[in-house]
Design a protein around this ligand. Sequence first.
Ligand SMILES: *Cc1c(COP(=O)(O)O)cnc(C)c1O
Length: 416
Amino acid sequence: MQEYNVSFGEKEIALAVERFGSPLWLYDLSVIEKHIWDLRFFGIVRYAQKAAPNINLLSRMNELGVDVDAVSAGEIIRALRAGFTPNQIRFTADIFDKDALALIKEFSIPVNIGSPDMLFQLHEAGIKIPLAIRINPGFGHGHSNKVNTGGEFSKHGIWHGELENVAKKATELGFTIECLHMHIGSGSDYIHLSQVVSAMERTVGNIAALVPELKIISIGGGLPISYKRDEIWHIDLEKYYNIWDSARKRLSNNLGHYLQLEAEPGRYLVANSCILAAEIRAVKKVGKNLFYLIDAGFTDLVRPAFYGAYHHISVIHKNGKATNEEVEAIVAGPLCESCDVFTQEEGGIVVSRKLPLAQVGDLLIIHDAGAYGSAMSSNYNSRLLAAEILWEKGKFTQIRRRQTFEQMLSNEIGDE
Ligand SMILES: *Cc1c(COP(=O)(O)O)cnc(C)c1O
């Protein structure tokens, strides 16, 4: 079984933890690079930075030819700071807050609107930028209800039945619509994919006359990766691309001009590129269960607690000697919160996992933690945000220092 998707190994991880502390996020740039290369067929690859927004990752991706999506004012600031030009950024959201609107105005950042009100607010603010419209085609998809991306109970996008009105209104107000966008995802489910593709074709067909300047069809993100080591699969990207590309060609023919395809992956680019290393701080028996308690919690990686998400887990023995002995163990964190467990299933069911017999001081490695890992960390329980380091050209560089207690308190002090 191939344990690691990253190219550094146990020795490097142990040294890094000694140097930078624990818990620790360790990214491998070469994995990100490979996953960008996988998507080379697409005219535009736009990274949905919310998956892992460190500006050092963003600037590397910029160098690798990727554009970027921003979903908040903070993400616009990150993209600009990482060296993206305003034209390489697209703001995708269902509302503008005031900070975001001000930045969009200042830098003329292209916008993907997900609610009709956004159109009126752009107009009122005197902002004239090319528009993308995010469409809710009336159905969705996602690995849990919490990540469903379409349908009548989704807050995302402009309802397909409203689209014609919105496009008319946009034209009246003098906007050009350069991109139609549908972030539904389909996983490796090609039947679902063909539904998404036909929904896109139907929708674009319906409003073709209203979008003479359409240049881009964005298929959103949602490209999956496999988290489980006993069911490793890879999405057939060529097949995936070809299905979209035939639709693109048909639409191009209909509209009478060239259209570009854009992919907008978050998870796919970064999930496999990063591990979370933590130290086992207690090994205790609780009735018939054995717990490994580690110094990382859902304040670091929330996916298991939030979605019952599965991450592969391995152990690095501190004395360097791997035993072959395995035990059933539950892996949990330090928080005063009973759902602070890394081995749980959807619905919060705690399960044990067959893991190497380990001791206090051994490292516990949570794999494939690059997407929605560090990005979703919090200061709950007044825990500090962990450091992030990047493996690049055979060495580790710190790309985010560990937060300090002073930083955590800084906005609460001395402003009475
Ligand atoms: C989150 C998001 C993505 C990325 O989703 P992944 O599943 O991580 O690929 C892409 N586009 C939009 C608009 C998103 O909100």
